[in-house]
Ligand binder design. Structure first.
Ligand code: NAD
Length: 397
């Protein structure tokens, strides 16, 4: 049974409640009060896979959402699922195992299925969810091959269900500020983006290091942030890539997948993104955008769940000013992302990061692997339209 909602419904109760400022107008003003939709009108999510991300980020973020709420859980561990269901007020009747996943079709409370499983399982559960009449929010990377990602898009289209890939960075205010500065050329044209995403991965037995489940090593897991964020900042698509791969010989962690990838993406407007992802060094996640008129900007901790810091360096009065402008209280990236999906369901819009956005990253990653193997520049389809694969931009809070 497909859950249907009237599209375009007015959401008056979420109009921000006005709080009179208590500081003078020249001070930075606080945002508006949190104004959630009443619980019975929020979009119900089934969270599939109760691992690290689901338990430590996604479910806690639900409590900060305005338009989204957890209504069902899918897990192979019944005891764990019962405990989590109690914590989030989910009835035991809304706990499913993978074998009985398709029964979600009989639960009208579930409107969106959030897939938080190892990468190679994303396709199966996206397809089963869409066939059960549910919209899908799927973790990155969308899948482990171009063909698989295309099947996910096709099945969701056939079943008239929305498919969004969980690129939380694109909904996060500091990264959105950088996107705005880059596109309005605040410090001139950005000619170079440098970007690193690294972590020192442990346990050689984990699924991330098993190719059949992960699809690859540091590139699809964390290098995807270097790729997707550069594409998002510029709005452009790379026309070629050049790369090399390094894996420490005999390291038991890297018998199936690569350790580090160094790659350049060349964009049609002339910008080069110089990126590194690694599973073998101390955690580091940042990028910088270098302009050609007296300034650079970027984000420290850029791809982390929190603690992001905007960094700007520019020349004024013949002095180099280094600043870390603050937005005040941080927003939960997962809440922002889920609420975007929910607003798309409520108002019948195409998500900002639909399946096509995830497919494009898979095409770029395949070209990066090919370049490393051939030691040659690999060309991609030339795409001239800006934001070619993105849907409705998220609303400003
Ligand atoms: P995890 O290993 O902590 O959790 C995976 C869950 O899947 C576990 O509960 C496990 O029991 C379940 N599972 C079901 N079938 C399985 C199977 N055959 N093999 C292994 N596990 C199986 O992983 P995670 O870190 O939560 O990652 C899950 C997904 O979320 C991945 O696609 C990952 O890329 C993505 N992720 C995204 C972010 C982000 O910031 N958006 C961060 C971390 C992970």
């Amino acid at each position: 049974m497909k859950s249907e909602r009237k599209s375009g419904s007015k959401i008056k109760e979420t109009q921000p409640i006005k709080i009179k400022p208590h500081n003078v107008a020249s001070e930075r003003q606080a945002g508006s009060a949190h104004s959630p939709l009443r619980p019975e009108r929020r979009i119900g999510y089934a969270v599939v896979g109760l691992g690290r991300l689901a338990l430590m980020q996604i479910l806690p973020a639900m409590t900060k959402c305005k338009y989204s709420k957890p209504v069902a859980l899918v897990s192979r561990d019944a005891q764990k699922a019962k405990k989590v269901a109690l914590q989030y007020g989910i009835p035991e009747t809304s706990i499913y195992d993978y074998e009985h996943f398709d029964d979600i079709k009989n639960n009208p409370e579930i409107e969106v299925v959030y897939i938080v499983l190892p990468n190679s399982l994303h396709e199966e559960y996206t397809i089963r969810a869409a066939k059960a009449g549910k919209h899908v929010l799927c973790e990155k990377p969308m899948s482990t091959s171009i063909a698989s990602a295309q099947r996910m898009i096709d099945v969701c289209k056939t079943n008239k269900r929305k498919l969004m890939i969980a690129y939380r960075i694109q909904y996060e205010p500091i990264n959105r500020q950088c996107m705005k500065w880059l596109r309005e050329e605040k410090f001139g044209k950005v000619r170079l983006i440098t970007s690193i995403n690294a972590q020192n991965i442990g346990d050689p037995e984990q699924w991330r290091l098993k190719k059949a489940l992960s699809g690859g090593g540091s590139l699809p897991d964390i290098g995807i942030y270097n790729i997707n964020t550069a594409r998002f900042l510029l709005g452009e698509e790379p026309e070629s890539v050049l790369s090399s791969i390094y894996t420490t010989p005999k390291d038991p962690r890297f018998t199936e997948v690569e350790e580090a990838v160094m790659f350049q993406m060349f964009f049609p407007g002339g910008t080069i993104a110089n990126c590194t992802c690694s599973y073998g060094v101390h955690e580091s996640r940042h990028y910088r955008c270098y302009g050609d008129k007296g300034g650079l900007f970027g984000v420290a901790n850029a791809f982390a769940y929190g603690g992001l810091r905007l960094e700007v360096s520019h020349v004024k009065d013949n002095l180099e000013w280094n600043a870390q402008p603050s937005f005040g209280a941080e927003k939960d990236q997962f809440a922002q992302e889920m609420d975007h999906m929910s607003q798309c369901v409520l108002n019948d819009k195409i998500p900002y990061t639909p399946g096509e956005e995830g497919l494009q990253d898979l095409k770029i990653m395949e070209a990066i692997y090919e370049s490393a193997q051939s030691n040659k520049l690999v060309k991609l389809e030339r795409i001239t339209k800006l934001d070619a694969f993105r849907g409705t931009p998220p609303k400003k809070d």
